[in-house]
Design a binder for this molecule. Structure first.
Ligand code: PAF
Length: 272
């Protein structure tokens, strides 16, 4: 991979990079197409990084489909697939990055070690692929935020491109983990996006943060079929939970919930 990238650099070809954990879907496809539009060469990596899973079952059950992944890559302008073997994990080094507590809120609070593992693997991949631009989905809003901090500190030469969340017709945010949902769970899971949309309209009506959170909990997360882990309205600049809307800064509503054993996350900007 490093030798290939060196050749591209010599030939003055720009490299766009889409890091993934495989089981690719339309969300990944949109990142790949964007990269193919903006760069001479698009590289995708597939590596299910064990060090970013705090739940061993989630790691073991993470879906895989290499045949379909390769088809999707070919159809969406990707030229190079970097898919290292499992022992790639031994190459991962601990990166020092002061996240100032932002890795302890939201996902960080419920998935200890997740962002450390993510920062370490993304750093290794950035070193190897050395892209001009790297593409991340806004569905993983906090991941994107932390990657932007990582790049500002350690990879200022890499441009980070954030792409909007791609949703199914039902509104459910696309995720590789959706493959693990039963039909009934999938139906329950659509409530997450409905809750986010309602938050947006309630914010327009100038309802308070606490009133919005209460209404969402009551309307969408009042049973065990969809078990809420957190629901927060945060400042997009700091990721800190808001108690009041502080216009004009952007607020984002972030949710994590379990449909059965499948943990799903989603978010939406609510005053933009
Ligand atoms: O978003 C993901 O799929 C992963 O967190 C990433 C960025 C590929 C790192 O393993």
């Amino acid at each position: 991979m490093e030798a290939l990238v060196a050749q591209y650099k010599l030939a003055h070809k720009s490299v766009g990079f889409v890091p993934t954990m495989g089981y690719l879907h339309e969300g990944h496809a949109s990142l790949l197409r964007q990269s193919a539009l903006e760069n001479d060469v698009t590289v995708c990596s597939i590596f299910v990084n064990p060090t970013q899973f705090n739940n061993p079952e989630d790691f073991l059950l993470y879906p895989k489909d290499e045949v379909n992944d390769v088809l999707l890559l070919k159809e969406n302008g990707c030229l190079v697939l970097f898919a290292p073997e499992n022992d790639f994990v031994n190459e991962i080094l601990e990166v020092s990055l002061d996240l100032k507590g932002v890795d302890k809120v939201l996902e960080g609070e419920f998935r200890p070690g997740h962002f450390r593992g993510m920062v370490n693997i993304v750093s290794l991949l950035f070193q190897i692929v050395s892209p001009n631009k790297a593409y991340f989905g806004q569905k993983d809003f906090q991941q994107l935020f932390i990657v932007q901090k990582l790049v500002a500190q350690n990879f200022p030469e890499i441009g980070i491109v954030a792409s909007p969340t791609i949703r199914e017709e039902s509104g459910l945010a696309m995720s590789s983990r959706n493959a693990r949902l039963s039909a009934a769970q999938r139906e329950q899971a659509t409530k997450i996006a409905k809750a986010l949309h309602l938050a947006k309209s309630l914010a327009k009506e100038k309802r308070s943060v606490s009133a919005i959170k209460e209404e969402l909990r009551f309307k969408f997360f009042n049973n065990d079929d969809l078990r809420l882990e957190y629901l927060e309205i945060v400042d997009a600049q700091t990721l800190l939970p808001l108690t009041d809307f502080s216009f004009p800064s952007r607020s984002v509503v972030c949710v994590a919930a379990y449909a059965g054993k499948v943990r799903l996350i989603d978010n939406m900007s609510i005053n933009s």
